[in-house]
Design a protein around this ligand. Structure first.
Ligand code: GCO
Ligand code: MG
Length: 406
């Protein structure tokens, strides 16, 4: 079997998605997600100019032997653009292999380790009453775990919250503009407010509801350590990205002060980003997306490494992961032993029409379905009807104008 074509599609049925479609001489096709939110066209060009020519004529069954030269042969290793491009190839080849075997991908990954995949949804509000309504809305949709985010008194536009025309980071493209939306930030105000939010949520919903929170890289290690301690009594499922993790050592400060479980990694793209975090047992969940980590093959290796330290998976799954990336994640979730939880925000109806998928969401749980491969079909005609819309992610500034992590 040989690869005869590899095409890259960009579509915007609510937000931009980049999809790689590999075709073989036997007519079998495979899909991979290459969406890098806010930098989509960099991956499109990387794939079209530098990856596709290397694929034509090669054997699609040699997944590892395709992955390694894409990673090592570039010489310039790692980075989100490279790893998103490699991820799309990896997933498309797994899709082809599983279709040829006439099995859903999870069967090739060792088969199911569980019956279904637990998810968490996003609840948010400008203030506490709005947040409580949002948790109720997620529960009505079936979610059994919620990530909770609110506005901060005194701040107008904050990550993860619908504030008038500025929409949550994971919502439709309305949160993104031709030029970045500027949001505001004040860490002391946030640190004073968050415990009152968690108190209100626990009072309303009781101790059993699994609660998560995303600090989105905004705290210093010391602030994160203090926050973790202050909120221990609310028993979070995890506190995510409490401090930027480029400096892995920073998590030692956080870890030695709190038993609040920590999740990190959505912006990482190789196992090396996790080396100290995992081996020194500084975190509890690894958060990378199939789409940004080089695909199913390396993410599986990361989970095996994490498992040696009793660290579990928590694959990144906001709306900016396409249904192709979500499907690949759900197959992996079902198969690996050290599964923790899967983030799932769903997609717009228009997105689900462009990407018809076999995976289903019932009672807060996902299942990849039994279709051969990853179980996603891309409608090229419909996709073309939603052309690319340039859009940036927001930036964050403090009251005096200083740029802060977003
Ligand atoms: C999450 C993430 C997202 C990111 C988004 C950026 O935990 O889901 O933090 O909300 O902000 O993926 O494109
Ligand atoms: Mg996050």
């Amino acid at each position: 079997m040989k690869i005869v074509d590899a095409a890259v599609f960009v579509t915007c049925p609510g937000r931009n998605f980049v999809t790689l479609k590999i075709t073989t001489d036997e007519g079998v096709t495979g899909l991979g997600d290459a969406t890098l939110n806010g930098r989509e066209q960099a991956v499109v060009t990387y794939l079209r100019e530098h990856v596709v020519p290397l694929l034509i004529g090669t054997d699609p069954h040699r997944i590892e032997d395709t992955w390694q030269p894409l990673y090592r042969g570039a010489y310039w290793r790692r980075g989100p653009v490279t790893m998103a491009a490699i991820a799309a190839v990896d997933v498309a080849l797994w899709d082809i292999k599983a279709k040829v075997a006439n099995l859903p991908l999870y069967q090739l990954l060792g088969g199911a380790s569980r019956d279904r995949v637990r998810t968490y949804g996003h609840a948010n509000g400008r203030d506490i009453p709005e947040l409580l309504d949002s948790v109720r809305a997620r529960q009505a949709e079936g979610y059994q775990a919620s990530r909770v985010q609110t506005g901060v008194p005194g701040l107008e536009k904050v990550y993860g919250v619908h504030t008038g025309e500025v929409i949550a980071a994971n919502a439709t493209r309305l949160d993104q503009r031709a030029l970045p939306v500027v949001e505001d930030w004040d860490t002391p105000a946030y640190l004073r407010h968050l415990p009152t939010v968690l108190e209100a949520v626990r009072n309303e919903f009781g101790p059993e509801l699994p609660l998560l929170h995303d600090a989105h890289h905004r705290l210093t290690p010391l602030q994160a350590a203090k926050l973790g301690k202050d909120i221990e009594r609310y028993e979070l499922f995890w506190l995510e990205d409490c401090t930027p993790a480029e400096n892995q050592q920073a998590f030692r400060v956080v870890r030695q002060h709190t038993t609040t479980p920590l999740a990190v990694g959505e912006v990482f793209n190789t196992v090396f980003d996790y080396q100290t975090l995992v081996s020194a047992q500084l975190i509890d969940y690894v958060r990378s997306a199939v789409t940004h980590f080089g695909g199913v093959s390396p993410l599986r290796k990361l989970f095996d490494f994490a498992d040696q330290h009793q660290i579990k998976s928590g694959i990144h799954g906001p709306e900016d992961i396409s249904p192709v990336g979500m499907a690949a994640a759900i197959h992996l979730d079902l198969a690996v032993h050290n599964f923790g939880i899967q983030e799932y925000s769903g997609h717009t109806d228009a997105t689900n029409e462009v990407f018809r998928h076999a995976y289903t969401f019932t009672d807060g749980h996902l299942h990849p379905g039994e279709a051969p491969g990853i179980g996603v079909e891309y409608d090229e005609e419909l996709g073309a009807a939603h052309p690319y819309v340039p859009a940036y992610l927001p930036v964050n500034r403090l009251a005096d104008g200083t740029v802060h992590d977003w």
